[in-house]
Design a protein. Sequence first.
Length: 283
Amino acid sequence: MRPALCRVPMLRVFTAATFLACLIISASAQTQSPQRATTQTDAPAAKKPTPKGKAAARQPAPESGPCQIGIISAIGGKFAVQKVGLTVFGNELTEVPIDAWGLDDLVVARVRAAAPGINVRKIASPKGAFEPYYHPPTRLFRNDDEELTAVVRQITASSNCARYFVFTTYAAQLQGTNQTLPGIGVLHHGSGPFSNTSLFANFVVRVFDGQSFAIAKRPSADLGAILAGSFGRMGQDPLTKLEAEDFPASPADAVASSTLRDHTRALLAARLDKAVAAYLKQE
C-alpha cells in the first residue's frame, strides 16, 4: 500500500504563502527605511540667505526727495608731481591721473557730513566738461565766473537742485619764486640739505543758486584760506609735511603710492571741512 499523503487544503496553503510574503515585504521595507532617512539627512543644507540688514549696510541709502545741495567736483582727476630747484634747470612738473583715489567722492562725503539732514546729491559731469574753464582760449580779458557759470548751467540742465556747490582747483604761487603749484600734488623744493617735500591742495568752492545761477558771496574764512594757500610757506602745516623719500622716483610711481594717496585724502578732507563749514555758517 502506498503511504497516505498528507493532504492540506489549498486555501490553507495559499493563506500561509501570502502571510509569509507579507512578512518578507515588511522586513524589506524596515531595512530600507533607514537608508532613505540617511540619504535625506546627508543632503547638503540649503544656504542661508544673507540677512537683509547686513546687505543694506553695504549699500548707500537711496537719494530721494528734492535735491537741496548738488555737488559738482572737478578736483580729483590729476595729481601734480613737481620739483622747484634753486635754478630754472631744476624745475619739473608732470601731472598724472588719479581717478582711482576717489577724491571727488571724498568731496561729496565731506559735504554730507557737514550738512546732516540735508539732501546732498552728487551731480556727475561728462568727461572734459571743465576743459573750457581750465584751458580757455587765449583772450585779452577773461571773466572766470562767467566761464564757470556756463559750464555749471550745461552740467545741471536736468538736475533741479536748490543750490550747487562747485569745487575747482587753481594754481597757487609758491612764495619766493615765480613758480605756481597747480591744483593738488606733491612738491620737492630746493636742493640737498636745504630741500623739503610737501603736499599741496589748492581748490576753491563756489555756491550757485539753483534757479538764477547767481554765485553766493565768498565767506571771509574761505577767502583767507585761498590767500594762505597762494602765498604761505610750504611745509608749515603738519598735514602737508612729508619725508624726502616719500617723493616719487618717477611721476608714474605717484599713482601707486599709498602714502601720497592717504596723506592727500587727509589734507583734502581737513581743507574741505573748513571751506564747507564757512559757507554753511553764513546761511
